[in-house]
Write a protein that binds this ligand. Structure first.
Ligand code: ADP
Ligand code: MG
Length: 701
């Protein structure tokens, strides 16, 4: 099959015409033959089994019954009007019912001829009825019956209303196979097909649309899912390789004074093995002469900041500047404060640039950056403004938290002759499958170990009517000299409502924890930044014992003496948010607690979220559950979800196929980095076609 034929506009398929074509384009995004071919069934139904009327039972499944129409009448008035046909077999009668399109249907129905009626049955007034059945003369049915497993295609209300029923979809699909003679170009190398015992492309397409058996259907689905994931992986790995071959980076050849003296004199603790391993991976990248492009994942509190700082030292040792970009001003400030503590004793110059930075200060920063006096610049996306010019930026660290897009990332690259090395840090662990799909072109480092001496946080769920016990518990902890957070949700749509909740909560806490014995801080989004800082500092210094806050504390506060995190209306938070909040405690050696408060009634998803939090502290496990609950698109934000719009595979359900596809792509590129071998001609051509006819690769910058 020549690809050009599959690129034919759908209007030209026999039986489609311009009205249907417009509908297909609008509703299913089907523009060409190829697009239709790639509308895969949601499910299949078994049409080998026929039911007798006497065998019907209440169920949601579709059934088919053979019988004859013995009577047709219209019943009801006006809007309640419907067409009812009495349908009879040798065991009893049921009713076929239509609520619309009466005239045309009535004309087409033939009495006293054998029909196959297909649909869902309901019992009503002591009789079975089937609403809007698919109805086919038994003689036609026998002739057309190409397959016993019948495809059910995705549909929309508009499609159904305008007569593109599932049967019509199937007919179009049949027409498509006829027009194209059912011969499709193989996209995978024979060696892969042999080794994995895959169906050929043609067989897989035939069997997925018109399966001969369950077994062949599952083989077809496997092949098509594998293929879909494989080409994504091949593309990502190719990009990674080409990047390494083409994009030169500054070679950081020496580990010098900054790194060594910090390591020997100032490092406040022994690095964990995971930190050491990751630093080794980074050092290797920096020495290769290619630009580093690495993703650093680690749970909250796993010590990413230290890894980031020591990477910065490598840049400094080689005479380069470094920057660290964070998604919010609070987080940028926190990073700045943290790093400054390490920088000061070593006489390293570091500055903070955020939206609120004063003009005079900015001017100094701009000058010092260009002259090279400034070593490190920490900030928000203010860093990518045009006026910010580095003398020689060698390393950009991005604390991403899913909030920066690829576009912003690459903007940093244009500040130099050579692009700086890039390290992307994410605090929310990304499930492996997602990391492979979305960040598959980056190299991946994982800190999978927490620093020693941490006692795992105990998490409990309490209903609101147990508040008194929770208060008693808080008093006990405070009596031991500890501090507590109480967090209220802040959801933008109902900001005023949330604000009221927060203030009510504050009032009742003040009653339960009266001055002067207790001091309470409050921080929320409607406060001036300076006031926020003052309140946070009072808490950090231990002047106040309780910090009441909205989610502003989610990022960027580190108070090791705080041991209790109370999350109000926990059912309103997402899993990753709950996990981030919990990560605010458990920073010291003392036992820490997270108390999830909820109302009495919880939906299924809320129950799962709460139960997951209670069960585990492992960010990766939590991320997997989150992925299952929310789906990949939601989890990553629309920005990065382009790659996740898969036609047949599902990265949550097809994890093993995804791993296999990545492994296979990897193996092929190891043996044939440019896909120049004759055996790989299919791959080359498929990639080319993908580029030509679909721009799905746009998401890769
Ligand atoms: P992350 O950024 O990954 O959430 P941080 O870098 O903020 O974690 O580290 C959390 C806390 O653990 C900080 O107080 C940090 O000083 C400390 N820390 C980091 N690495 C170690 C280590 N190897 N041993 C002991 N404490 C560590
Ligand atoms: Mg951090």
């Amino acid at each position: 099959m020549k690809v050009e034929v599959l690129q034919t506009p759908i209007d030209y398929l026999k039986g489609v015409g311009s009205n249907r074509a417009a509908l297909l384009r609008k509703e299913l995004g089907v523009h060409t033959f190829q697009d239709l071919l790639n509308i895969f069934p949601n499910r299949h139904i078994d049409r080998t089994k026929f039911y007798k009327v006497s065998e019907l039972a209440p169920s949601s499944a579709e059934v088919q019954v053979i019988g004859q129409i013995v009577d047709i009448k219209e019943v009801g008035q006006q809007r309640g009007k419907r067409l009812v046909a009495t349908f009879q077999d040798d065991t009893g009668v049921m009713e076929l019912v239509w609520f619309r399109g009466h005239k045309w249907i009535r004309q087409s129905l033939k009495t006293n001829q054998a029909y196959v009626a297909f649909g869902r049955v309901n019992e009503f007034g002591g009789r079975w009825n089937m609403a809007h059945p698919e109805l086919e003369l038994k003689s036609d049915y026998d002739q057309n019956k190409s397959s016993s497993m019948q495809a059910v295609y995705p549909s929309t209300e508009a499609l159904a209303k305008q007569g593109i029923s599932n049967r019509v979809m199937r007919k179009m699909m049949m027409q498509l196979f006829e027009t194209t003679k059912g011969r499709f170009t193989e996209t995978l190398p024979l060696s892969v097909i042999d080794q994995l015992k895959l169906l050929s492309k043609t067989d897989a397409l035939i069997q997925v649309h018109f399966p001969e058996s369950n077994d062949l259907l599952s083989k077809a689905e496997f092949r098509l899912k594998f293929e879909e994931l494989f080409f994504i992986q091949l593309q990502l790995l190719l990009k990674n390789r080409q990047h390494k071959a083409k994009i030169k980076g500054f070679p950081f050849s020496s580990v010098g004074d900054y790194f060594n003296s910090f390591y020997n004199q100032f490092l406040p603790f022994e690095l964990t093995n995971a930190q050491k391993r990751v630093l080794k991976e980074i050092r290797h990248d920096l020495g290769t002469g290619a630009q580093m492009n690495r993703l650093l994942q680690g749970d909250v509190g796993s010590g990413k900041t230290m890894v980031a700082f020591m990477t910065i030292l490598m840049a400094l040792d080689n005479g380069f500047q470094a920057c660290l970009m964070a998604p919010t001003a609070i987080l940028a400030t926190q990073h700045y404060e943290n790093l400054r503590r390490f920088c000061d004793p070593m006489h390293i110059h570091i500055s903070l640039l955020i939206g609120a930075t004063k003009t005079a200060e900015r001017r100094i920063i701009h000058e010092d950056l260009e002259s090279g006096i400034l070593h490190i610049l920490v900030g928000t996306h203010a860093l990518v403004e045009d006026r910010v010019k580095f003398k020689n930026l060698g390393l950009a660290i991005i604390d991403e938290q899913h909030r920066f897009g690829v576009a912003q990332r690459s903007k940093l690259w244009h500040k130099n002759t050579l692009p700086p090395h890039v390290l992307v840090m994410t605090a929310t662990p990304i499930p492996r499958t997602l990391a492979m799909s979305v960040y598959g072109d980056l190299d991946n480092s994982i800190i999978d170990e927490l620093p020693p001496g941490r006692t795992p946080i105990k998490t409990v769920h309490r209903f609101d009517n147990n508040r008194l016990k929770v208060i008693r518990f808080l008093r006990e902890e405070i009596a031991k000299g500890r501090q507590a957070y109480v967090v209220y949700p802040l959801i933008e749509e109902s900001e005023t409502l949330d604000y009221k909740d927060l203030m009510d909560g504050y009032d009742s806490m003040v009653r339960d924890f009266p001055r002067p014995e207790y001091q309470i801080s409050i921080v929320h989004g409607q406060m001036k930044p300076a006031d926020k800082t003052i309140e946070m500092e009072r808490f950090a210094k231990g002047i106040t014992q309780i910090l009441i806050a909205t989610t502003v504390i989610e990022v960027g506060i580190d108070v090791p003496n705080a041991t209790v995190m109370v999350i109000e209306s926990a059912e309103r938070f997402g899993l990753s948010q709950l996990h981030q909040l919990r990560g605010r405690v458990g920073r010291g050696a003392a036992q820490s607690y997270c108390i999830l408060m909820t109302g009495p009634k919880l939906g299924d998803d809320s129950k799962t979220r709460i139960a997951t939090m209670v069960r585990t502290n492992d960010g990766f496990e939590i991320a997997e559950v989150d992925l299952k609950l929310r789906g990949p698109g939601d989890l990553m934000g629309t920005q990065q979800s382009g790659v996740l719009q898969l036609k047949i595979a599902n990265i949550v359900k097809n994890r093993e196929i995804l791993e296999l596809s990545r492994h296979t792509a990897h193996r092929i590129l190891e043996a044939d980095p440019n896909l120049s071998q004759a055996a790989h001609v299919n791959l080359r051509e498929t990639l080319l076609k993908m580029k030509q006819f679909r721009n799905i690769w746009n998401f890769i910058s």
